[in-house]
Design a protein around this ligand. Structure first.
Ligand code: ATP
Ligand code: MG
Ligand code: FE
Length: 342
């Protein structure tokens, strides 16, 4: 069965084709980062309009890459939420319009389920059950995952998401938007002991996170540099920031593994691309004898492949999950725990 995936929840238009027998056939992505950069963040109306422009050319691109035609698509999965309402509506209407035209069923997918299952697309996929750390631009959650749709929340951020902390701290250092990858690169040149930043909720005894104080601490450090802040100061602050956030993320993962008794840890979402975090987790996994799994780097941030794949996983387990009722509604807010296990 060939599933077309359509992702448009924020500022990436992603299209992909997944075949239940052959795996991922093709995927294509257009990132709007350059367009939103001058505003320092995503402008929703511009995002929606750009998804409209990009979707069909990207669809044609993946069909050509896969060497198939529209008629070969068996079902269409689209991101139904959470995300920006206007952006979601574009993807949903394109998916449902195509479904209607091709007489194929459609299926709304939860964006975070897409992120969560994306490590299963890699060469060495984890088996269920596992502990998942979802660290994206809008979410930071630890979950116990027992199967597709079976997600129990263990802990989450009380304020900023991890990706948001990366982006906001990067912005304070003048590193542009989104600054996660840039602050990570700069940290490589930083002196590890030069500055010390707090590790919020490290000893809170629960599995929740809080990152807004960390960002404020970065701001204070930046302001305290009385003379013009030099490149080395910036690198040192970047290093202090990355060390602090990595420490907290790793510690909470270890606690979650201990509390659940599970031996598999899965990382998902954009911050999962972070090098320092991967190094620290790999080191912890060697010492504590658990297995850690990541998505391929290109599938950490938003993409169509994870949506096609999550749709395919659901359809494999429940062929009734897709419908030919093409009246759609999107869910800009949609708690992951509301999903049904299949
Ligand atoms: P959500 O999925 O919660 O709706 P989102 O889709 O915007 O949010 P993702 O696309 O999963 O989030 O991830 C984007 C985030 O990942 C950004 O905050 C970005 O800075 C961060 N990020 C990407 N690469 C890295 C990296 N190498 N190091 C740190 N952060 C990174
Ligand atoms: Mg994005
Ligand atoms: Fe995302």
């Amino acid at each position: 069965m060939i599933v077309l995936g359509v992702e448009s929840s924020c500022d990436e238009t992603g299209l992909a084709l997944h075949d239940s027998e052959r795996g991922l056939l093709a995927h294509a992505l257009h990132s709007q980062v350059a367009m939103h950069e001058e505003y320092g963040g995503v402008v929703p109306e511009l995002a929606s309009r750009d998804h409209i422009r990009r979707a069909i050319p990207l669809l044609n691109q993946v069909l050509t890459q896969a060497g198939i035609s529209r008629g070969d698509i068996d079902a269409i999965a689209y991101t139904q939420g959470p995300g920006l309402a206007g952006a979601l509506l574009v993807g949903a209407s394109i998916a449902c319009g195509l479904g209607l035209a091709l007489d194929r069923p459609v299926l709304g997918v939860h964006h975070l389920e897409g992120h969560l299952l994306s490590p299963l697309l890699s060469r060495t996929p984890p088996e269920f059950p596992f502990v998942a750390l979802l660290i994206s631009g809008g979410h930071t959650q630890l979950m116990r995952v027992d199967g597709v749709g079976s997600y129990a929340l263990l802990g989450e951020t009380l304020d900023d998401a991890a990706g948001e902390a990366f982006d906001k701290s990067a912005k304070l250092l003048g590193l542009g938007y989104p600054g996660g990858p840039a602050i990570s690169r700069l940290a490589e040149f930083g002196d590890p002991g030069a500055f010390k930043l707090p590790r919020p909720m490290l000893h809170s005894k629960d599995l929740n996170f809080s990152f807004s104080g960390l960002k404020t601490a970065v701001l204070t450090l930046v302001k305290n540099q009385t003379t013009n802040i030099c490149e080395q100061d910036k690198a040192n602050i970047a290093r202090a920031f990355v060390d602090a956030i990595v420490d907290v993320l790793v510690a909470k993962c270890l606690t979650a593994l201990k509390e659940t008794g599970l031996k598999r840890l899965v990382i998902a979402g954009g911050v999962g691309a972070n090098r320092q975090l991967r190094e620290a987790l790999n080191e912890a996994a060697r010492k504590r004898r658990f297995d850690v799994y990541y998505p391929e780097l290109e599938f950490c941030t938003d993409n169509g492949a994870m949506i096609a794949f999550a749709g395919a996983m659901r359809l494999q387990r429940d062929p009734q999950a897709a419908t030919k009722d093409y009246g759609f509604n999107v869910r800009p807010r949609w708690p992951l725990e509301e999903l049904r296990a299949v």
